[in-house]
Design a protein around this ligand. Sequence first.
Ligand code: F6P
Length: 465
Amino acid sequence: MKRIGILTAGGDTPALNPTIAGAVVRANQLRVEIVGLIKGFNSLFNPRVPHVFLNPLYQEIPELDPTKGGTLIGSSRDYVDPEKTADLDMIVDRLRRLGIEGLICVGGDGTLNGLQPLAERLPTVLAPKTIDNDLGLNYPSEPDEFVRAADAGAKSGYRYKRAPSRATFHLDQIVNYVTPGYATAVFVSASGVERIRTTAESHRRIAIIEVMGRHSGYIALGSAYGRPDMILVPEHPLDLEHLVERVKQTYDLQKNVVIVCGEGIVDEQGRELGAETRSTDPAGNVVLSGAAEALRAKMVQMIGDRYFQLYRRGDSAREAIFTRKVGHTQRGGRPILFDRFYAAQLGAKAVELLVEGRNNAVSILQYTGSRGFHVEGYDANRFRDRWGLIHARHMHPSLYDPVQMKPSAMGIDYLTPIFTDAIGEDDMEHMRQTLFASGNLTQPYHSINTDVNKRIRFLAEAGGR
Ligand code: F6P
């Protein structure tokens, strides 16, 4: 294999550049050229196929900096629809005209679904990325547990559900223990929780902090490092009475409460609190916004003004209970050491998988107590259920204690290997040296896009190369 393509698809993470950098370093060693496709699949739907040579003469271009968040080749939520075979043929034709013999998609579960029909036409592999940490399996047989029922409202005509599991959950059996991007997102969320705590303490307030993650509660779980009083995850339906009782107990004691809620939390009927106005993004994902606000409205009603007025702690429940979203800061900025280190290895592994001829494989990050973290290749087919679909991984419910509303003992065992020493000394030093640099006040921001633009080539120009 002489030339491969790489693209970053879906929502970005802080760990995309290290993944690309790891792939490029390995490609240099193997004397393979890497072409970056601009803005994910969007590049391939454009007849000019904007692209960048990332390692001319087997030297990485200087813009490729693994300590920078985002992705130098851009990303989009465009995706390939498996039903549209003409589009698929067109994409493969464009890649071939660029001399590309294999493709690395850096993406999550949606991308892995999308690349299934592509892998039937061109060697394609996935390097994982997602802050939601929902790419993987709780145990290898998990895809076999899905059942489907006809649902006229669903796009595919079916609704997929997990049947009760017969497997015993054990951390050593997780397939893709953790995905680059997650650790940095938790770093940001936990820091946010710590910071909101002191202002809640000063003003005797109850803070509800919403974190991302869609239908998976991993980010919420990890935010336990910021020591919130309660964490709510989508995998366990909200028990409002229990929550309010615990909130009052905690408030009576310490006169402030910090609650973290995952954006995908559901009520006892399984309805998402954050999707009261239902909408979807271009890839068909439900846009979740407003879980914290919906929860606040319920708490304001249940706790009431009198509770706050009684001991002169506040004028009203509305004033005392406030919400904040950590939002897209979770997806941006410098990746912390854990993400940089393993993202690079996963990118490198993806190149190896292509070169070894392992079409439709995924580079995954495994963890066992005896071996620690290590990368492996895993056949994408093993992620598929019996109808061929790949589902987002839910955080296994046993990682969470619904009574304490905190990570369970197993949840703590899950988090510890990821986050112990996850922050490098250089991460902190970088902040110390750069945030208040006086040049920040005088020099405009110089975007990576400005430099990469100068390197973009188009299919017509690249034709006979
Ligand atoms: O999947 C990553 C993610 O950040 C989710 O956690 C979140 O729900 C969604 O993307 C937000 O997407 P957008 O940036 O398109 O609003």
